[in-house]
Design a binder for this molecule. Structure first.
Ligand code: F6R
Length: 648
């Protein structure tokens, strides 16, 4: 089958060398959509082929975020192309132990929601482990599940996601290669990841029933998928390390018909992407050369200008020396390139030659919009640059894309509402506000999920107040502060649905009203809840849809990364150094977000407070530049420019 949307980063002549590093066939797709379509097509072809032979296709199915787009595509093929599932039998990998079939977190519910309700599969052909089986019958039940698979002739195709522990199904680290369907204990990391959709870690079950590694390996064909940066490390280790129970997915290397399907973000840590010169011959673009020089400098602990021909030769970079003459030439070129990323003038330095500066010197006073996905990303990720832009007299506007209301603790909302109630009493004010009253009533009740629209509205107001305080502290007038409350966010819970035209329309309206010269936006695609990704997509779409406007051809989009991690040095195109005083001021702006200061309800993996994460990251960037041989600054904020095809 022709594979579309594949990123061919590696010349086919080097497949042999690649195999010595990557121990499973792997395809990198431009996007998860392309990868999912490819897997869905493979499944559809298998179903049709077997149907022609009068045979049944037995599919092993997974849940979680990874296969959702595959199910979407299968449903589309059923509706639009007549793909029938009448001759299909499915076996799901796993189910949480203790959840009833109608529990919204159960995998029974998930499969119905995403696939079964839309297709013509006979009910009796669906097998999903039953999490309600009494404990003393579980073992017998699991044996029976295995037998059912065999009775149907075994799994034809198994699809898999991978957990950050390296689990496949719920075979957590330590699982034996010979394991079959059984009850297991969930790893803590897995439970923490699941807490996002359960809303609370305490509600995540401790146990699950899962097919074993042996059951999975018995499938005739296997597709394993991983999408997104947060999977990059586990993708690398599962593909490049030897089979080990420490990383159960490595056992897939023993299968003769397995294919790993990932997107560019999940491929970031693969040796062929991170240090391709260790795999074989490379095409030495400027970016790759920069990456290699920074890597070599960090590996040898030498500043760039001190790297010698021997350093290059001894560390597998002789090809680069051969191509570019000598170390001195390479060092100088890369040193200058990185030097030119550093500027104290994020809006461009007025009245200077800007050929070697990241931003244009004209117009001297720029119209700027800073987009912030959540109400605190602006100050966390670019608080120092924000202050500079205002100080340097640019016309800065900030636009908070979402209300961020889901990330406020119930007790905080209750505190505000009780203050309001007490105030009303003291001031003898009646009548009261029905929205506030309803919110307080819910918060004081025993309701399990207290995030009613009223409570979320109050939480949104709390975050609005904090964002306003931080933006004012950074020097903005209230008229320059915009709250967009994008509809996609309000319509979903922790895991976000996709953005819509309505979101894009709101962004377009603001862009048209301001006609900015410069836009800053979060380019952080590792956001665990997907909000940053959707907010960026809405901005990119808005730019594309406005591409015929004259001003947008000169509107530069700068991306910053959110609280999770920084761009790598070779990716950075503008770095703003911060003085110790500026860093302190940035910290104070972050402090304004008091509802996030304690421990935010959805902090992701990192338990540090946001101001700490921001400072550690900005200081680490400054240290990295210092170690490469540049001046030593207190901290640095980094940006990368997004260039549209309609811009130079
Ligand atoms: C789901 C399953 C798990 C997931 C894995 C990845 O049935 O067995 O192994 O595939 O945890 O989850 P997502 O796709 O949500 O990242």
């Amino acid at each position: 089958m022709a594979i579309t949307g594949i990123i061919s980063k590696y010349p086919s002549t080097l497949i042999y060398q690649l195999k010595s590093v990557e121990k499973m066939p792997l395809e990198i797709f431009e996007t998860a959509e392309f990868g999912s379509k490819y897997v869905a097509q493979s499944i559809a072809w298998a179903i049709k082929r077997k149907e022609q032979l009068g045979q049944t296709t037995v599919l092993g199915l997974a849940t979680g975020s990874s296969p959702i787009k595959i199910y979407g595509e299968l449903v589309r093929m059923h509706k639009e192309e007549g793909l029938s599932f009448k001759n299909v039998v499915t076996f799901n990998l796993d189910e949480y132990y203790g959840l009833t079939h109608d529990d919204p977190q159960s995998y029974h519910y998930f499969m119905h929601e995403h696939l079964f309700q839309y297709i013509d599969i006979p009910k009796e052909n669906i097998y999903i482990p039953d999490g309600t089986i009494p404990m003393d019958q579980v073992s017998k039940y699991c044996d029976h599940y295995e037998k059912q698979i065999q009775l149907h002739g075994g799994l034809d195709i198994q699809i898999l996601g991978i957990g950050r522990t390296g689990h496949i199904g719920f075979n957590e680290p330590g699982s034996d290669q010979k394991s079959i369907t059984r009850l297991i204990q969930l790893d803590n990391i897995t439970r923490r990841d699941a807490a996002e959709s359960f809303g609370n870690i305490e509600d995540v079950p401790y146990k699950a029933i899962t097919m074993g590694i042996k059951t999975i390996l018995s499938a005739k064909e296997i597709y394993i998928m991983a999408w997104g940066q947060h999977k990059a490390e586990i993708v690398r280790s599962s593909v490049e390390e030897e089979p080990t129970p420490r990383i159960p997915a490595t056992f897939l290397q023993l299968h003769s018909n397995v294919r790993y399907c990932i997107d560019g973000a999940a491929a970031e840590k693969l040796t062929r992407v991170e240090t391709p010169w260790r795999v074989g011959s490379c095409q030495w673009t400027d970016n790759l050369t920069c990456k290699a020089v920074v890597w070599l400098s960090q590996l040898t602990g030498k500043p760039i200008l001190k790297l010698t021909d021997e350093d290059y030769n001894e560390h597998g970079l002789s090809e680069l020396i051969a191509e570019r003459d000598n170390a001195y030439q390479i060092n100088l070129a890369i040193f200058n390139r990185l030097q030119h990323t550093i500027t104290g003038w994020p809006g461009g330095k007025p009245n200077t030659d800007d050929r070697n500066r990241p931003e244009r010197s004209t117009p001297t006073k720029k119209s700027v919009i800073i987009f912030s996905p959540h109400p605190d990303d602006d100050v966390i990720s670019m608080g120092g640059t924000f202050l500079r832009l205002v100080d340097q007299d640019h016309d800065v506007h900030v636009a908070y894309q979402t209300s961020g209301n889901i990330a406020v603790h119930n007790h905080d909302a209750q505190r505000f509402l009780e203050f309001y109630e007490q105030y009303n009493k003291l001031a003898s004010i009646t009548p009261k506000n029905p929205l506030f009253d309803a919110a307080l009533k819910t918060l004081l009740s025993d309701a399990k999920d207290k995030n009613t629209p009223e409570v979320r509205a109050v939480k949104g107001l709390i975050r609005r107040g904090e964002a306003t305080a931080a933006a004012r502290f950074s020097g903005l007038k209230d008229k320059n502060i915009h709250f967009l409350d994008l509809p996609f966010y309000e319509a979903s819970k922790v895991k976000k649905s996709n953005g819509t035209e309505a979101d894009v329309a709101i962004i377009k309206e603001l862009l048209m009203a301001r006609k900015p010269h410069q836009v800053f936006a979060a380019g952080d695609l590792a956001d665990p809840h997907g909000t940053h990704r959707i907010c960026l997509d809405a901005i990119l779409t808005a730019f594309e849809e406005l591409k015929d406007e004259k001003w947008i051809k000169n509107c530069w989009l700068w991306l910053y990364r959110g609280a999770w991690h920084e761009y790598t040095i070779d990716e950075i195109e503008m770095t703003i150094p911060l003085s110790p005083q500026e860093l302190l001021k940035k910290r104070k702006a972050i402090y304004m977000h008091q509802s996030q200061k304690d421990s935010a309800p959805f902090p992701g993996e990192d338990s540090r407070e946001f101001w700490q994460r921001a400072e550690h990251r900005n200081k680490a960037t400054a240290e990295m530049y210092r170690d490469l041989g540049f001046a030593e600054y207190e901290a640095m904020e980094a940006f990368k420019r997004w260039k549209f095809s309609f811009q130079q």
